[in-house]
Design a protein around this ligand. Sequence first.
Ligand SMILES: *Cc1c(COP(=O)(O)O)cnc(C)c1O
Length: 417
Amino acid sequence: MSQAFVAQNLNSYRTGPDERGHFGVFGGRFVAETLMPLILDLERHYEAARSDPAFKAELDNLLTHYVGRPSPLYYAERMTEFFRRKAADAGSEGGAKIYFKREDLNHTGAHKINNVLGQILLARRMGKTRIIAETGAGQHGVATATACARFGLDCVVYMGSVDVERQKPNVFRMKLLGAKVVPVESGARTLKDAMNEALRDWVTNVADTFYCIGTAAGPHPYPAMVRDFQCIIGDETRRQMREAEGRLPDSLLACIGGGSNAIGLFHPFLDDPSVEIYGVEAAGFGLDDKHAASLAGGRPGVLHGNRTYLLMNADGQIEEGHSISAGLDYPGIGPEHSWLKESGRVTYLSATDAEALAAFEQCSKLEGIIPALEPAHALAKVGDIAPLKPQDHLMVVNISGRGDKDIFTVAEHLGGM
Ligand SMILES: *Cc1c(COP(=O)(O)O)cnc(C)c1O
């Protein structure tokens, strides 16, 4: 059954995954038999929690008072004017009205905390006392260590030893928060290997351990569960845009690493055909060189318990992704995005390191907002799309995180520090 048929048949893009975790031909749970009981137990508890008003109330309370939600929907006036002038120079009267969804203002500085708090509350419900996580750039590790500190839970974060070296400030943050950081020496010693190690830990420590995954990937039910926790981004955006403009936005843009900030913004709008949706992958040095654009430059395969687009060599071995942004260099992508690509509902673009750097600088100077390098990839495509749209076109860009963590990387490239 083709993906387009599934969507058409159900008359909705929002009903997936099916009971076995499939989004069309993607997703599923390709895991060792020994992991199956844990995954089924997690699924059962998640299903119960999501329909329990007490769970929702506890999470909402934390999101309000601990995270600082709702995050603002901010009208980026100077950026809007900048692209209107650019359109005018090209002889057009266009230039979309640009809004930023300010996930950079959340506690810990990014969207990741939305998902982590949901999973940690679930872990508590399940009586688990030990939390494990994998991290690449360290952002998910920091969010998990933060939530574990808040609830007095043991926290172990697996991190490739190459990343431990590259991301020292985040390693120090996790330790300050009371987490144990375990350097992983297998494989390429980066994120993919850290995720493998976390899965191994989980099977070994069945009784007390909860595995907190940082993006909308992994075996079912993780992609759907992480998406659900991140949907607060899109749900708020709908409400806030109604208040600001009295209607739905016309387009949405978000960057894609594993795809959690993007699916969180997109999902509540998937069944509104008037809303154009753009996901932006990291094109690194370029799609014909080293990059991390799994959809644009990969092919379907199985990794970390699900079937999705992956960066692979001719033998099917997973290749390292490259991006200037450490949060975007995962060599796969959440399975729902693979399905949304094939069904045609979402348009996937990519931005290079150089384009992201230029957009990073531009946003800082035009709006007084230093974005993380990840959402700078989405901002790079705003520059391509906004001038082509009429002035009454309402565009929302997800600013998934703030750029404090990136200033030294940027200084290396741009000089001047
Ligand atoms: C981790 C991270 C990303 C990439 O992860 P997704 O799951 O694709 O959202 C994007 N932006 C920021 C700020 C991040 O920390």
